[in-house]
Design a protein around this ligand. Structure first.
Ligand SMILES: *Cc1c(COP(=O)(O)O)cnc(C)c1O
Length: 243
């Protein structure tokens, strides 16, 4: 016999419970690190999640969603309730796909090269829009991972800051998979230090508003290390089913 699939009500109920739990945990971690719950932004990572479920979460108060594949974002775009929520891009972005999302997303979190920043700037200017970006740092120096290396960050930042129609709003990272929370905490702390160091430099046209790090398994730790934006997927919507 096949397992009974969840009814619509059961699915929505679990999303509601998850949302309450995650927002409560965020509030607690924010307070434990001397901040208010409003100081930490929850962005829901919505890959594989159907728009009606996403919109249900938006109806509960979710204010930010992020997709990480261009095709999926475009196919779901007309169905998102974007009157009550902002849409960002959080995945690896190829330069030739930039024009498909500029104007549709408020922020692109995963900029790791000047080439990509230039294309976002060019397309934004053409469309007479401004696009916020975060610079993604490869904090674990992993070979097959996107992100700029720490020592190249400042140069990228200064060059990107000079481009028209984009604004650098902070940093983003996806740390390596770690065996222990202590090991992971070192990467989060390192990111926070980079974030603070750059904030202190007050570079023109750069505002270090967001430090985006922490996902379902580690968003509390990330907040305790100083993250002010967390990207949570499965802890909100359940395990992903890839089709
Ligand atoms: C999927 C994804 C997340 C969220 O992952 P979960 O572990 O399901 O919370 C966060 N950031 C990025 C870039 C992602 O692609």
């Amino acid at each position: 016999m096949t397992e009974r699939s969840l009814t619509e009500t059961e699915i929505l109920d679990s999303v509601r419970r998850n949302y309450e739990e995650v927002t409560e945990n965020i509030a607690r971690a924010a307070e434990a690190s001397g901040r208010k719950k409003e100081d930490v932004t929850l962005l829901a990572a919505t890959k594989t999640v159907e728009p009606r479920i996403i919109n249900y979460a938006i109806s509960l108060g979710l204010g930010h969603i992020g997709e990480n594949r261009v095709q999926e974002l475009l196919s779901k775009y007309d169905e998102y309730d974007l009157e009550h929520c902002d849409l960002q891009f959080i995945g690896h972005l190829q330069t030739n796909k930039v024009r498909q999302i500029v104007g549709r997303v408020s922020m692109i979190q995963s900029v790791d090269s000047l080439k990509l920043a230039k294309e976002i700037s060019r397309v934004s200017k053409l469309g007479a829009v401004n696009t916020d970006i975060l610079l993604e740092v490869n904090i674990g120096r992993e070979e097959n991972k996107s992100g700029v290396m720490e020592e190249e960050l400042e140069e990228l930042l200064c060059s990107a800051a000079q481009l028209e129609n984009i604004r650098v709003r902070g940093l983003m990272a996806v740390p390596p998979i770690c065996g222990t929370k202590a090991e992971l905490g070192k990467y989060f702390d390192k990111m926070y230090k980079l974030f603070i160091d750059i904030s202190c430099k007050t570079l023109d046209n750069v505002s270090m508003d967001f430090l985006s790090m922490g996902m379902s398994d580690d968003y509390k730790e990330a907040i305790l290390s100083g993250a002010n934006m967390v990207r949570v997927g499965s802890k909100l919507f359940g395990a992903r089913i890839y089709r």
